[in-house]
Design a protein around this ligand. Structure first.
Ligand SMILES: NC(=O)c1ccc[n+]([C@@H]2O[C@H](COP(=O)([O-])OP(=O)(O)OC[C@H]3O[C@@H](n4cnc5c(N)ncnc54)[C@H](O)[C@@H]3O)[C@@H](O)[C@H]2O)c1
Length: 343
């Protein structure tokens, strides 16, 4: 079957395998090529994932292929900037795994290269497309919680030796910080729900005393307090060194009610305030990429490409706002918790 957007993947690790299935399941996209530092066999790739997939050994050759329309960067975070910029210069639209990159300069370079070359971007903040946050956002948009004045979205996910990424995530160069490597999903969700007009952030960080997390070169727990320009306040804990089940915690408090994960109370519904009401929705309860809503996000990206527009929710420009807050938070934590203002 002919599809409109042929995608070339950079990197063939864990995220890439989930991306391939998700891209192929969209209406307009199919994976046509993979570039990896490891030698891969085109016939094997095609048999495994379906369709015809060409394995490239040279990245420049894949980027020069006029039949590739979109490049999907799923490599180590320290490689994201150079590869995303090269893809944009080759006039390919770009799907980019989180973190966009681990420094503000690199993120700026990526956004500038896309703009200069007239290509669109999609950052894998796929949690925005999750059923949990789509339903939560719909509840807010219906006005059931009124005006939010407090919100917290926290990320608890122990990334120890049992986890594939541990081998590179422990290093500062690729792991970055508790927020950059994992907590970014929670901070991003908080900004989706409360708006991203942040006036200032204050952050503190530390690490576990457990030997399991000793190899980490950076603080693996951080807590960030946000002051929004509209006066609201928020909080995100990013905890990579916990020993517990994966937990994406959400608590929102507004003038008409509150939401706690999949429970809520709204004065507008006149229900009993001493008990929570329930929301039936699929929760984000796993770090496994096969459970992540990539397909909905990539479908929205291809639909936006069809319209010639930036995609909703996770465009480069929208995601950069989240990374601006993250870099400000990490600066605050490095200074022992002094507030850092955002422009
Ligand atoms: N959005 C999300 O929820 C989510 C989830 C998982 C990963 N990610 C991101 O995706 C990116 C890649 O993460 P990953 O989990 O796929 O990591 P991974 O370790 O599986 O792969 C990372 C890179 O290493 C390469 N690689 C893997 N094994 C290799 C080997 N034996 N020899 C040479 N190269 C090898 C891969 O091709 C890829 O380029 C990172 O930026 C990560 O933060 C995001």
């Amino acid at each position: 079957m002919t599809k409109k957007y042929n995608v070339g993947i950079i990197g063939y690790g864990w995220a890439a395998t989930a991306h391939i299935a998700a891209i192929n399941a969209t209406t307009q996209g199919r994976v046509a090529a993979v570039w990896s530092s490891r030698p891969l066999d085109s016939a094997e790739l095609s048999a495994k994932h379906g369709g015809t997939i060409k394995a490239y050994r040279e990245l420049d050759a894949m980027l020069a292929d006029p039949d590739i329309h979109v490049v999907d960067v799923t490599s180590y975070p320290s490689q994201h900037r150079d590869q995303a910029v090269a893809a944009a210069k080759a006039k390919k639209h770009v799907i980019l795994e989180k973190p966009m990159a681990n420094t503000p300069e690199e993120v700026r370079d990526i956004v500038a290269a896309a703009e200069a070359n007239g290509v669109k971007g999609c950052v894998c903040f796929e949690c925005r497309y999750s059923n949990q946050f789509q339903v939560t956002k719909a509840l807010l948009d219906e006005g059931l919680l009124g005006k939010l004045h407090y919100g917290e979205v926290d990320y608890y996910h122990g990334i120890g030796p049992w986890y594939g990424q541990y081998r590179w995530n422990t290093g500062k160069k690729d792991g970055g910080s508790a927020l950059l490597t994992a907590g970014c999903h929670a901070l991003d969700a908080l900004l989706m729900l409360m708006g991203n007009d942040v006036a200032s952030v204050t952050s503190l960080s530390t690490k576990s005393a457990s030997d399991i997390f000793k190899p980490y070169e950076y603080d693996t727990s951080s807590v960030t307090i946000l002051h929004f320009k509209n006066g609201a306040i928020g909080k995100t804990a990013a905890i990579v060194d916990c020993l517990q089940p994966y937990y994406f915690h959400t608590h929102l408090v507004g003038s008409e009610g509150s939401l706690l994960d999949n429970k809520f109370h709204s004065m507008k519904l006149k229900a009993d305030k001493s008990h929570w009401s329930g929301l039936s929705m699929k929760m984000l309860d796993s770090g496994d990429v096969s459970d992540h809503p990539y397909q909905a996000e990539f479908q929205a990206f291809f639909d936006a490409l069809d319209r010639g527009e930036d995609m909703p929710l996770t465009s480069f420009k929208e995601a950069k706002k989240t990374f601006d807050v993250i870099f400000a938070a990490d600066t605050s934590a490095a200074q022992g918790g002094t507030p850092v203002r955002l422009p």
